[in-house]
Design a protein around this ligand. Structure first.
Ligand code: ATP
Ligand code: MG
Length: 455
């Protein structure tokens, strides 16, 4: 059998070696023996063991010293120390050095077998945890962030550096650039990967609801609070809280959030107990927070608290060389989902996709590929399979003579208005075409005061 656990027994007593190895073998373990520490180290150098049973008193090098040597070199090898001359000191030292158990001689064989069983379970759990982490990383880790351009490589490098720390991270970038993906990658590459990962979209709640979502409340805190509710801060304890669209957090909430960021403690609404939560924060925004500070819509103290580490996620326009890779990635992804053979793009389609400015960034590109994969015929994506705006290179740019409308905001308003007109006022469809969330579109419609388009 290949998967049998390998045990090494080290003892200078021949009788004990014999008895113990017979018993362990009978229980299905693969056993090797060594009469002293030198032979033990040699044997361990030749093959990997799972468990070592060490006697303490042996000539030349005692078991505790051997334990120390083992722990330096052989990670994952669990050690049980056994001695006939038990002292508190050796027991403490062995435990400190990382022994799994400390047993007195004469050995209680049942206890020994139980300890070995416990190690077997521990190893299985560790393996499972490793597999889980591997799976999570595979799905959400930074390896999924496609791109070889300089700015995206810089993003990935920063993720690798910050994920091992607990520092607050602010990700900034246009809509659809992959800010949430960055946050996911940080969480799943961090030590907190198996702990809760909680996300909240600050734009999706009116002020008072956002507060109770984050802090939770006690029964009776307000009319309708008929039971206690645990807030996101508490749920995220030990893990990571992703505050999406932080630029949309109302000012009063910003002050409360700052308090939590600084002290790590808060109260539930209507409660008096100070609750401590160990949470790592990642925030994201597509807004210009510094401009918002000037306009007094964002607190500067919160901004400085959040921007310890800033990750600027580049727009697709800044990394056009990644477009072919992304096309390939999404072709593969969607065709697999649809159980189709991945279609091919004719050169003209690629040219159009390379020259289109992708205001909705990767999300817009992904949508275009998904749509083309559905509509294309004979496994070939022609320009006519692309969404009309991509096909026409049309992003609502105002004609040159309407000068005075060249600010980014004016262009954005114009593009949204055009898209709404094209979708005959259908906001869901417009949001999809624009590659932004529906809530974001609603906010922009309000902000720019866009009236129902006259079709
Ligand atoms: N570099 C990338 N490689 C592969 N997929 C990406 C990349 N960047 C973004 N995506 C995909 O694009 C979509 C949008 O990404 P994400 O939701 O992270 O963007 P966002 O910046 O949070 O957008 P918004 O501001 O609208 O919330 C997702 O489906 C994501 O998987
Ligand atoms: Mg997002």
């Amino acid at each position: 059998m290949e998967n049998r656990l390998k045990i090494l027994i080290v003892d200078d007593e021949a009788n004990l070696l014999k008895t113990l190895s017979d018993i362990l073998q009978k229980h299905g373990y693969e056993v090797s023996v060594a009469r002293n520490a030198r032979v033990a180290l040699e044997t361990m150098g030749k093959g990997a063991f799972d468990i070592a049973l060490l006697d303490v008193r042996m000539p030349h090098m005692d078991g505790v010293e051997l334990l120390e040597r083992i722990k330096e070199k052989h990670h994952g090898l669990e050690v049980i120390v056994m001695t006939a001359y038990g002292t508190i000191e050796t027991a403490i030292r062995s435990t400190k050095l990382g022994a799994f158990a400390y047993m007195l001689k004469p050995l209680d064989i049942d206890e020994m077998l139980m300890n070995v069983q416990k190690i077997v379970k521990l190893k299985a759990l560790r393996e499972e945890a490793r597999f889980l982490q591997w799976q999570l990383e595979e799905k959400h880790g930074y390896k999924n962030i496609i791109g070889k351009s300089r700015p995206i490589r810089h993003v990935v490098e920063t993720i690798k550096k910050v994920s091992s720390s607990n520092s607050t991270v602010l990700t900034i970038g246009e809509s659809g650039t992959g800010k949430e993906m960055v946050a996911d990658a940080i969480h799943y590459s961090s030590r907190r990967y198996a702990k809760p990962y909680v996300k909240i979209n600050c734009a999706a709640f009116p002020e008072n609801l956002l507060e109770s979502e984050l802090f939770g409340y006690e029964k009776g805190a307000f009319t309708g609070a008929d039971r206690q509710k645990i807030g996101k801060f508490e749920v995220a304890h030990g893990g990571t809280l992703f505050l999406d669209e932080i630029g949309d957090m109302p000012l009063a909430m910003q002050a409360k959030l700052l308090r939590v960021l600084e002290g790590g403690a808060f109260e539930r609404l209507g409660g008096n107990d100070l609750i401590k939560a160990d949470v790592r924060f990642i925030a994201a925004t597509n807004q210009d927070l510094e401009k918002m500070i000037e306009e007094k819509c964002f607190r500067s103290d919160l901004f400085y608290r959040l921007n310890t580490v800033v990750i600027n996620v580049p727009s697709l326009l800044e990394r056009k060389e990644d477009i072919p890779l992304l096309i390939e990635h999404f072709l593969e992804k969607f065709s697999t989902q649809m159980s189709k053979k991945a279609p091919r793009l004719v050169d003209e389609t690629v040219d159009l996709m390379m020259s289109y400015p992708w205001p909705g960034n990767v999300r817009e590109l992904a949508n275009a590929i998904e749509r083309a994969t559905i509509f294309c015929e004979d496994g070939i994506i022609k320009p006519s399979d692309l969404p009309p705006n991509v096909r026409e290179g049309h992003v609502g740019l105002p004609p040159a003579h309407t000068s005075g409308e060249h600010t980014l905001e004016a262009l954005e308003k114009r593009h949204i208005t055009d898209t709404l007109r094209r979708t005959k006022g259908n906001k869901n469809e417009a949001a999809r075409l624009l590659g932004i969330h529906r809530e974001t579109l609603y906010k922009k419609i309000k902000k720019f005061n866009i009236k129902r388009p006259t079709v």
